[in-house]
Design a protein around this ligand. Structure first.
Ligand code: BGO
Length: 729
C-alpha cells in the first residue's frame, strides 16, 4: 500500500492548548529540536491514519503574525515557505476575540486552515454558546470543537485535516474589508506588485500590500532585495503617509482596528453571550445602538436629524451665496447691456452654474455628517442594524454599506460593492444603489421644497424622499432576488470596529474631498451643460410676431417714460409700478415667446405628451431630460430657462421665480422631486455600472427599469393627488 505524506502545522495563541492537542495527536512519536539558526524549540511528531502519514509541526505560540517577535516570524515563514498542506489553528473558545485575531491573519496569509475550537468546556462553564456551524460558514473554514485535556474532538481534527488537504485552496476565502481609503491604496499597490512581479511567487499580493502598509520590517527587507522592489516600497511609503494624513492614524492601527472590527462583528453573530469580560465603552454603546428594539429607531432618528440639520443650518449661507450671484448677475447685466454675450454670461453661466453652487453649504453639511458617522464607527453599526431588514429582501447587511455611501454619491457606492463576494448579491446591490438619493439630488429638493413648502415642513418633505428612495430600493431588491437573480445568499461577517472620537481634521478632509468633487463637477460638466442649455433656449432668436410685439413695446415704453416724467414718479413707488405694468407685460410676452420657439422649447413641447400625465410642463421636461448628464442639472437648467424667460432686469432668486410659475404647485413640485429621485441614473453612474458589471446589459436594464418606475410612481402620485385636491387648494 502506498503511503501518502501530509504536513500539518499547529498554530495558536500561547496557552490555547496547542501542546495538549499536539500530544494527543502524536502520542510518544515526537522529535524535539531547534528551528534553524535560532534557539527556539521546534517539536515535530507523526501520526498514521487511513494510509496517510501526517507530520505534525508545532509552531511557536503567537498572538499575531507581525514581524515584532522571532516566534511570529518563524510561524509565518513556515506557513509561507514550507507551505504545509494544512494549518490547524488551536483557538481558545473561552477567549475568542483575541484568539481569532491570529486565525484571521492565517486566513489572510493564505493558509489552508482548520480551526480547532479548544477549551469548549471552559467556554460552556462561562455560559458562552457558540454556533460552530455558523462560525465555520462565516469564516469559510472548517471548525471542530475540542477539549484537548479529555482527548475530545481529536478524531474530528484528523478528519477535517484529511478533508481540507484533499480540497486545498478550494474553499471560499473571507476577506477583511479595511475601509475604502485603505482598500484604494491596497488596490493600487496590488496592481503595482502584479505589474512588477515582486515576490508574487512567494506571497499573495494583497497580503504583501497590507504588510507593506503596516511597515513590516521583514517583508520590506525582502521586497527591497527583489527586482523592482524599490518602486513598490516607495509607493507603499506614499500610501502609508497618505493614509496617516487622511485618517490621522498609523496604517498599522487602522488595519488592527479593522481586523478586530471584523472579529467583533463575527462574534456578535456566533456567540450568544459577549465574550469580552471587561465591558468596554464600545460594548456599552453597542448595547444601546445595536439593541433589537432600539437600534432601528435610533438609526432612523439619526438620519432624520442629519437631514434637518443639513436643511436648516444650510439655509442662511445658501441665501448669502444666492444673493451674491443675483447681485453679480445684475451688475454684469447692466454693464454689458442686452447683448447675446451678456445673456450667455448672466442667463447661461450664472443662472445655471450659480443655481447649483448655491447648494454647496447643504452638500458640505451632508458630507460632514456622513464623514462623522463613518469616522466614529457608527456607519458599520448601521449596516449591522440593517442586516435583519436586508435579510428580508434577500440581501445581507453588508450590501447596506454601499447603499449608505450612495447617499453621498452613487458612483463610489457602486464601486464599494466590490466587497460583496457573491456576484448575485453584488448585481442586485448595484441595481438598487441609484435609488439611494445621492447628494446631487439634494439641490433639486432644497430648491423645490424651499419654494413650495414652509421651512418647518421642507425638512420633512426632503426626508420623505430619502425614505421613498430606500423603500423603493428594498422593494426592487426583493423583486430582483425573486425573479431576476434568484438563489441563496452568501454568509458574510460584518465588521464592527471600536468606536472612536473622530478628529476634526479627518472629518474635514473627508468632507472636503467629496465637496471638491461637487465643485469640480460644477466647474466642468455642469458649466458645459449650462452653456448648451443656454444655447438651446436662446436660439433661434426670432419668432413669428416678434417684430410686432417689439414695436408695441417701443411705443409702450415711450408712453411710459413721458407719463412718468410728467408726473415726476420715482422708481419703486406703487404708482410707478402701475404705470410700468403694460411695459413689463409686453417684455414677458416677448421672453416667453422666445423660449417657446427656441430649440429647447420645441424639444420640450415634443416630449410634453409623455410627461403631461405627471403634471409637468415643457420646462420641467427639458430639465429632466438634461438631468441625465448629472442630477443637479435639473436645477441649473431651470435656472437658465427661468433666467432667459425672466424679462425684468432685476432678477429675483430662482426659487421665487419657480414659485411664481402658475404651472407649479406643491403637488407638481413634489412629483418633480420624486421623478428626479427615481428616474434613470446619471451618466457617470451608468458608466460605472457598465465598468463594474463588464457588460452593457445591466446599465441598459437600469435605465429601462428606472424610467418605468419613475413614470409609474409619479403618474400614480400626481393623479391620486390631483383627484384628492392636494396642493391645488
Ligand atoms: C495546565 N480544556 C481545559 N479545561 N483545559 C485545557 C484544554 C481544554 O480543552 N486544553 C488545554 N488545557 P497547553 P499551549 C494547568 O497546564 O496545552 C489546559 O501553551 C496546569 N499545569 O491542561 O500547555 C492544559 O501549548 C495547572 O493547563 O497550551 C494546560 O497552547 C493547573 O490549558 C493549559 C491548571 O495548555 C494550557 C492547568 C501545571
Amino acid at each position: 500500500m502506498t503511503t501518502k505524506n501530509l504536513t500539518v502545522a499547529l498554530a495558536g495563541n500561547p496557552n490555547s492548548g496547542k501542546t495538549s492537542v499536539f500530544n494527543n495527536l502524536t502520542g510518544a512519536r515526537q522529535h524535539v529540536g531547534n528551528w534553524p539558526g535560532v534557539t527556539v524549540e521546534r517539536k515535530e511528531g507523526f501520526l498514521h491514519t487511513d494510509g496517510v502519514r501526517i507530520r505534525v509541526v508545532d509552531l511557536p505560540g503567537t498572538y499575531s503574525l507581525t514581524a515584532y517577535s522571532l516566534d511570529e516570524i518563524i510561524a509565518r515563514n513556515f506557513v509561507v515557505r514550507e507551505n504545509p498542506d494544512v494549518v490547524v489553528d488551536i483557538v481558545d473558545a473561552s477567549n475568542l476575540e483575541r484568539n481569532l485575531y491570529l486565525a484571521v491573519q492565517m486566513i489572510e496569509l493564505g493558509a489552508n486552515l482548520v480551526i480547532a475550537l479548544n477549551m469548549t468546556d471552559v467556554a460552556e462553564a462561562k455560559g458562552l454558546r457558540i454556533n460552530v456551524g455558523l462560525l465555520s460558514e462565516l469564516l469559510g473554514v472548517p471548525v471542530v470543537s475540542t477539549v484537548a485535556t479529555k482527548g475530545r474532538g481529536m478524531a474530528e481534527i484528523v478528519g477535517a485535516v484529511l478533508e481540507a488537504a484533499g480540497g486545498k485552496g478550494r474553499g471560499r476565502k473571507v476577506r477583511v474589508y479595511y475601509g475604502s481609503e485603505v482598500e484604494d491604496e491596497v488596490g493600487r499597490l496590488v496592481a503595482l506588485i502584479n505589474g512588477t512581479g515582486v515576490l508574487v511567487r512567494d506571497y499573495d499580493p494583497r497580503w504583501l500590500a497590507l504588510k507593506l502598509l503596516e511597515r513590516d520590517r521583514q517583508v520590506a527587507g525582502e521586497v527591497a532585495e527583489a527586482p523592482g522592489g524599490a518602486e513598490v516600497l516607495a509607493e507603499a511609503a506614499k500610501s502609508a503617509s497618505h493614509l496617516k494624513t487622511v485618517t490621522g492614524e498609523d496604517p498599522e492601527t487602522i488595519l488592527a482596528d479593522s481586523r478586530y472590527g471584523f472579529i467583533n462583528g463575527l462574534l456578535k453573530e456566533v456567540v450568544a453571550k459577549s465574550v469580552i469580560d471587561r465591558r468596554s465603552l464600545s460594548d456599552t454603546i453597542d448595547a444601546v445602538v445595536l439593541n433589537r428594539a432600539l437600534g432601528l429607531p435610533i438609526f432612523i432618528g439619526l438620519m432624520w436629524l442629519i437631514f434637518q440639520l443639513t436643511f436648516r443650518l444650510g439655509a442662511a449661507p445658501m441665501e448669502w451665496i444666492d444673493a451674491a450671484f443675483v447681485w453679480t448677475g445684475n451688475a454684469l447685466g447692466s454693464l454689458l447691456g442686452g447683448s447675446l454675450f451678456a445673456s450667455l454670461l448672466v442667463d447661461g453661466v450664472i443662472g445655471g452654474v450659480g443655481g447649483v453652487l448655491v447648494f454647496l453649504p447643504n452638500i458640505l453639511l451632508l458630507f460632514f455628517a456622513i464623514a462623522l458617522l463613518e469616522d466614529t464607527g457608527y456607519m458599520a453599526r448601521a449596516a449591522f442594524i440593517m442586516d435583519r431588514v436586508m435579510h428580508l429582501i434577500g440581501l445581507h447587511g453588508k450590501s447596506f454599506i454601499p447603499m449608505l455611501v450612495g447617499f453621498g454619491c452613487n458612483v463610489p457606492a457602486i464601486m464599494a460593492t466590490r466587497t460583496l463576494e457573491s456576484q448575485r448579491d453584488r448585481l442586485v446591490t448595484i441595481l438598487i444603489i441609484p435609488l439611494m438619493s445621492c447628494g446631487a439630488r439634494l439641490p433639486v429638493y432644497v430648491l423645490l421644497a424651499g419654494a413650495f413648502f414652509r421651512p418647518e415642513t421642507a425638512g420633512h418633505v426632503i426626508f420623505s424622499l430619502y425614505i421613498i428612495g430606500a423603500a423603493s430600493a428594498i422593494l426592487m431588491a426583493r423583486l430582483f432576488r425573486a425573479f431576476l437573480l434568484p438563489g441563496p445568499s452568501t454568509p458574510f461577517v460584518m465588521e464592527l470596529p471600536p468606536y472612536k472620537a473622530p478628529t476634526l481634521k479627518s472629518v474635514l478632509i473627508h468632507m472636503w474631498e467629496r465637496g471638491w468633487l461637487y465643485l469640480k463637477k460644477a466647474g466642468t460638466i455642469l458649466l458645459a451643460i449650462a452653456v448648451v442649455m443656454w444655447f438651446l433656449t436662446a436660439v433661434p432668436r426670432g419668432f413669428p410676431g416678434r417684430e410686432g410685439l417689439e414695436s408695441r413695446l417701443e411705443k409702450a415704453n415711450a408712453r411710459f417714460e413721458t407719463a412718468a416724467a410728467e408726473a415726476g414718479l420715482k422708481e419703486g413707488t406703487v404708482e410707478y409700478d402701475a404705470l410700468y405694468g403694460p411695459v413689463a407685460a409686453l417684455k414677458n410676452e416677448i421672453a416667453a415667446g422666445q423660449l417657446r420657439h427656441s430649440i429647447a422649447g420645441r424639444l420640450g413641447a415634443a416630449i410634453e405628451p409623455v410627461f403631461r400625465p405627471l403634471g409637468f410642463d415643457w420646462k420641467a421636461d427639458v430639465a429632466l431630460v438634461a438631468a441625465f448628464a448629472a442630477k443637479e442639472v435639473v436645477v441649473s437648467t431651470l435656472g437658465t430657462i427661468y433666467s432667459v424667460g425672466e424679462a425684468d432686469e432685476t432678477s429675483a432668486g430662482l426659487r421665487a421665480e419657480i414659485a411664481d410659475d402658475p404651472v407649479f404647485n406643491p403637488l407638481v413640485a413634489y412629483v418633480l422631486m420624486l421623478f428626479t429621485l427615481l428616474t434613470v441614473p446619471c451618466m457617470a453612474t451608468v458608466a460605472v455600472i457598465r465598468r463594474e458589471t463588464n457588460s452593457w446589459k445591466w446599465p441598459l436594464f437600469s435605465i429601462a427599469y428606472q424610467s418605468a418606475l419613475a413614470w409609474l410612481v409619479c403618474f400614480a402620485v400626481f393623479q391620486l393627488g390631483s383627484a384628492a385636491g392636494v396642493g391645488t387648494g
